[in-house]
Every structure is written in structure tokens, then in C-alpha cells.
Design a protein around this ligand. Sequence first.
Ligand SMILES: Nc1ncnc2c1ncn2[C@@H]1O[C@H](COP(=O)(O)OP(=O)(O)OP(=O)(O)O)[C@@H](O)[C@H]1O
Length: 307
Amino acid sequence: MAIIEVTDLTKKYGGRPVVDGVSFHVDEGEIFGILGPNGAGKTTTVECVEGLRRPDAGHVRVLGADPHGPGAAELRQGIGVQLQRAELPDHITVREALGLYASFYRGPADPDELVTRWGLAEKRDSRYSTLSGGQKQRLFIALALVGNPRVAFLDELTTGLDPQARRATWRLVKDVRDAGVTVVLVSHFMDEVEELCDRVAILERGRITALDTPSGLIERAGGAQRLRFRPLAPLDDSLISGLPGVTGVSRTGGQVEVTGNGDFASEVTTALARNHILVSDLRLERAGLDEAYVTLTGSTLDTEDAK
Ligand SMILES: Nc1ncnc2c1ncn2[C@@H]1O[C@H](COP(=O)(O)OP(=O)(O)OP(=O)(O)O)[C@@H](O)[C@H]1O
């Protein structure tokens, strides 16, 4: 069942559409990702869905209600929002912040349980200004969940977290989903989207250019694969770069990496054998969402503002 429905959403600034006719739905219980470069319109899109910005055109329904319609106040009881650029007063403590946010909701979660779950128990009585970047990030996620929402919007979930903290956060977000909360995740991290999302919309210049499961996107991009090996004799790249299915050849130190589609791996190994080039450390890997993204969009995740 769709818990969010967005139809032809348009938002303009200075006459320029930064969200340009976007349509998608989010099913109850899924983690839905919105992926795209800086400036693509991701935050504007979700803030229109959350009711924080008013669309210029199109329709938005969240939990059956229009975020700017008569049911908006009731709707806010059912959603939790982690804002991308949020701040709190310097002197407020973790406990006070959670208590304040909990007071906005009829059936809030237990703040003590939340601080423990999000690794902030020792910081319960610390002031906001003394928290590290990662602790502030986790506090904002906890604040998004303090109302026991049915839908949580998480924007740039793990920005500023170290790799270990990112993985821990991913596990917790899966727990949130497993507890029945629908999650909308805005991100420009491919690994995060691939790990967490059931479906993902790629947003470029205000438009959705692809929408599928992460593996569906990889398939759509031709299911690109990567063959790595170390040649034990001199190898001229031109020997493999022209083979059927090969899309790229690169080197890192003594290692050769060949990307391609279809049966390219057996073409490469046959060519190597025919030329009597023995190799070591031969590995064939399926491409990830990052390679699929490049194939589908023709670009990496650089900023659109800079284009
Ligand atoms: N209030 C505003 N007034 C004018 N322009 C705006 C406003 N908000 C956003 N924009 C512009 O709209 C475009 C989309 O911005 P948005 O923040 O939605 O992108 P984003 O994909 O979320 O990027 P990021 O990953 O950097 O957050 C950008 O060019 C931005 O400068």
C-alpha cells in the first residue's frame, strides 16, 4: 500500500524549476531512497512532501493527507523529520532536547530508550554544543524518531560519520524499518543506498531519471561486471580493450581492472591464454550501484550547481 504519493510535483525558485514534474510513490514498510548529486532537488522534493515547502504545482499525499491541507496537523503526528541542516540551542542537553521534541507528540517514544539505542546514554546530560559531529547527527536521528512516526524522513543520514559509525547507523535504520516504520532516505552515497534501500529514485536536475530496486538499476545498466588480475608478463592494454563487451581497462599498481558486459570475462581470459600471458589474483566481481549510476546517468555524483 502506498503511504506517500507524489504526482507531477513542481517547485520553482526565481522562475527556474528546481523540482520539475516529479512523480513517485512510497510503499508502507520500505526504505525508499532519493539519490542524486548536490543541487538536484532532493531536499526540495522531500521538504515539499514533509509540508515544509509549498509546491508550485502537483499533488502530494502522505498517510492519505495533503501536507498543506486540512489534515496537516494530524499528519505531522505521524511523521518524523531529520533535517539536513538543523541546529539546536547550544545549552540544551540531550535529555532536554528529546523531552522538548517528545512534548510535540501524543504518543512519543521513551527518550531513555532512544538515547541508549542511538549510543547517547553517556551524553544524556551533556549540552548540545559539547557533542561531536557524529553525536549531533545521531541526536537528530533520535529526534526524528521520538514521535514514534509511521514515516521517517532522513536527509544525509551519515554525513560526517566515520566508517564504523556509518555501518552502526545503517544497522539501526534497518531496525527502524523492521519495527514497521517507512523510511525515506535522501543521500548522495551509493554504498548507503545500495545497502539500505528497497527502491531508489535517481533525481537529476529536478527530474527522476530512473526508479527501481538497487539490483534492478544495476541490471538496467547492463549488469556491468569487473574482472581484476595481475599479469605475470608485460600486457598491452590494446589486447583487451577492443574485445567484445569490454567497456574499460584501467591499472592500479600491478593490477589490471577490466569492466564490461555480457561474456567479456571469458573473451579476456581467452585472449590472455592465446597470448601466453599468465595471471594471478584473478577475480570477477559484479558492479555496484556506483558503476550502474555512471552508466545510467553518464556522470558521477558531482554537484549540479557547479555545472
Ligand atoms: N529557498 C531557495 N531559494 C532559492 N533556490 C533554492 C532554494 N532552495 C533550494 N534552492 C536551489 O534549488 C536547487 C535544488 O536544491 P536542493 O537543496 O533541493 O538540492 P539537493 O539535491 O538536496 O542538494 P544537496 O545534496 O546539496 O542537499 C539548488 O540549485 C538550490 O540552490
